[in-house]
Write a new protein. Structure first.
Length: 315
């Protein structure tokens, strides 16, 4: 046999990146000849990996490609990935794939040209950042859509906290802010079949190594450059963990979301074509926004509120 799975070879080199690995050891591990190993190392180099080859010592992975690499993502995540260098919207592509029944897959791109937010708003995908979509491929009751939005937003906030050390502020239902600026947005979309959705597409936009003047990014917050493969790995793993917990106890995740949401904040909400001023009082146990307007408290769902603007100082 002279063929080596490039994902497997890359995983091996990643695991042994501290010291060179000899061609002989690699050949033995993959049950191929040393020239076959050399041929596959060249293929990895063609895909943008820098691999140092030292005589009598062996190969060592020294740098990763600047563009996203589907094989590196596969090696890290052990999931199926569809990588497109450029796309209008990863959610559009995922929705199309979902209808064709390819759902156990993560869609990623380096360049998203027509990213969408909620209610027809625009998501301006930043260079060297993340735009991805994945599926929740179970039949979902539409009334679970709001709690699921909160669960995804919570998981993205946790991933950002883990990566930067900063405490996120989650803004109902789909935004992650850090230090008063937006770092990430989530868009969950589907097709409906009566009261059900056959699957959900979850889109995440996260500013990573860019410096958007109107927002913040991981690099802005920390002053570091981030390997986006690693960031994607953390986003996906945090989501899988949150989803597992959500299925056991959705109320707990809603409660956790609420803990990261600013409250008692003067705000304006857009509802039924009108702007209302009031106070955000919190999130109820179904995930609805509790908004105090005059003497009444409204519990507002996903389809009611078009926009929430916090006008008071966020503590
Ligand atoms: C969102 O909507 O924030 C959801 C964004 C979801 C983007 C992902 S990327 C992968 C997938 N494919 C897509 O086409 N979409 C998803 P919303 O809460 O409606 O916020 C939109 C508002 O965020 C805009 O009106 C801007 O004010 C602001 N915004 C746009 N681009 C931004 C950015 N890069 N960083 C921070 N804020 C941004």
């Amino acid at each position: 046999m002279s063929n080596v799975d490039l994902v497997e070879l890359l995983s091996y080199l990643l695991k042994h990146a501290q010291k060179p690995v000899s061609g002989e050891r690699l050949a033995r591990h993959f049950s191929v000849s040393r020239p076959a190993i050399w041929k596959h190392i060249k293929q990895l180099e063609k895909q943008g990996f820098s691999i140092e080859a030292r005589p009598r010592e062996g190969y060592r992975l020294v740098a990763l490609p600047q563009r996203l690499s589907p094989i590196l993502l596969k090696a890290r995540l052990k999931r199926d990935i569809i990588y497109v260098p450029r796309v209008n919207s990863t959610n559009d592509l995922a929705l199309k794939l979902g209808l064709e029944n390819h759902k156990n897959i993560i869609v990623v791109t380096d360049e998203q040209t027509q990213g969408r937010g909620r209610w027809g708003r625009t998501w301006k995908s930043q260079p060297d950042s993340i735009a991805l979509s994945f599926f929740i491929y179970e039949k979902i009751y539409l009334e679970s859509l709001l709690p699921i939005y909160l669960a995804v937003t919570f998981s993205v906030g946790k991933a950002i906290q883990e990566l930067t050390g900063y405490m996120p502020q989650l803004h109902w239902p789909n935004d992650v802010f850090i230090q008063g600026k937006k770092a990430a947005g989530i868009l969950v979309e589907t097709f409906t079949e009566g009261k059900f959705a056959p699957f959900l597409v979850v889109g995440i936009g996260l500013n990573v190594n860019s410096h958007p003047p109107f927002a913040t990014s991981l690099a802005d917050l920390t002053g570091h450059y981030f390997d986006r493969h690693y960031v994607i790995d953390r986003l996906v793993k945090q989501w899988e963990n949150t989803w597992w917990n959500f299925k056991k106890d959705p109320a707990k995740i809603i409660h956790l979301f609420a803990k990261y949401h600013p409250i008692q904040i003067l705000s304006e909400i857009e509802l039924d074509g009108k702007t209302h001023r009031g106070l955000i009082e919190g999130i109820d146990n179904q995930g609805r926004l509790i908004f105090k307007c005059g003497s009444s408290s409204w519990h507002l769902g996903l389809d009611m509120v078009k926009a929430v603007k916090m006008t008071g100082k966020i503590l």
